[in-house]
Write a protein of this length. Sequence first.
Length: 557
Amino acid sequence: MDPKHISRGITEGRDRAAARAMFKAVGFTDADLSRPLIGVANTWIETMPCNFHLRRLSARIKEGIREAGGTPMEFNTIAISDGETMGTEGMRASLVSREVITDSIELVCRGQMFDAVICIVGCDKTIPAGAMALARMNLPGMVLYGGTILPGNYRGDNVTIQHVFEAIGANVAGKMSDSELKQLEDVACPGAGACGGQYTANTMSTVMEMIGLSPLGYNSVPAMDPEKDKVAFDCGKIVMNVLKSGLLPRDILTRHAFENAIGSVAATGGSTNAVLHLLAIAREAGVRLEIDDFQKISQRTPLLADLKPSGRFVAVDMHRAGGVRLLAKRLLDGKRLHGSAKTVTGRTIAEEVASAHETAGQEVISALDKPLKATGGLVILKGNLAPEGCVAKISGHERLEQRGPARVFDSEEKAMAAVTSKKIKAGDVVVIRNEGPKGGPGMREMLGVTAAIVGEGLGESVALLTDGRFSGATRGLMAGHVSPEAALGGPIAAVQNGDMIRFDVRKRVLEVEISQQELRKRMKKWKPQKPRYPAGVFAKYAALVSSASQGAITRPR
């Protein structure tokens, strides 16, 4: 591939003199403009720890690009913190931001005619957005994750942001004092980096390595580890190699690559959000992937990584144990991985895992013949409440059945108020609707509610279902992404207080115990709620967004 296959159109010839003059105004020389132009898409933002350190990494990436013969041009896009906005109106912006980030990376790359791009990502939505942009443009490029935060220390124990959310519920229940909650709050997040368990950011980081868009072992280096600077520098060189070799994202993003990625989510007890994001990336890449595929792959993949929120360890521990490379070797040895899948380094997964190293005595990643659970953590449930499916995360500690009366809420705020005022009782099934991609709009995560339920001591007796999403830190018997959502006339819109709801994870069923005749009768009376936002970005999103079972991507009408 001609390394300047695109940028010649903006930098060369008499007619481009004005463009060159403007480039020179910001310091680029004729020599700079004669080289390939490499976009450095930075999701740095000053509002959260997840992305706060990315300027440091982008500087090192640019050094690597220059050394390898390219001219880097950095640009910024947006990011929204899930953890900070959780439980507020601001959380509606989170999933919407995935589309805006994808669009903005595409716009700058196409507009500025870059020859390749590297996406530096950190928080939950920036990771899939970077991958979606690469898949959509099919422009030579790669993704580098900024890395995990280190765990905090509270009274001698490692803690993460999950502990703070659950402590709020414990405080409400009188199990933790105000001063103890403040002490935990002050130490839970000790510096830059994304949330420390196998929550959404670290799940999607794992996915990027296993799907081939990030070099194996690079993403899992913690955010503030000095090794991260070297990793960033090396990525500058790698993206130049990708460009020169002509390797394109769609050469990497094959059906086998997606199956590898799903297997990594199942094997690590990863976030249910991975279902949403992988469906979206697949649709951008033109790869056929359906929600039922997650069940099939999870069913054949053992749970190997003992990671929070349900396990004992955090992402730093997994990195030190041998990281994603070791996990991949376990799966490859057990014939649960497609070893021929390509990676951004030009080598296959099988070639990459040949150098896997296991730290002596590590307990984070189990042996293949001694898994934590015989099948993976993702379960797709269907039934008269979710004809298109919904997603639950079953990491081995959750109960597999529940039957109980519905407690129905038409917003997250109303559900949270009921939980914190102790109106939810053991045996209840909490139903939160009108929080889907269109109805929210934005499909908010329900970590505030689920964590409060656990914190109050109801995690083993109360189930929850929603057409919204869950944080990767959610644990317990919880089903999200119920599709079709209420705003599209899905059956969840017909549920009434007191209806008996049945979860049966073994049979993969979620249903309300009323007849189809009664369900149809209720839906004839149903009317959609008025849109929460009649204009602006949320209104645009609600008009264009697809079902969660399709990845909640936006499509032209």
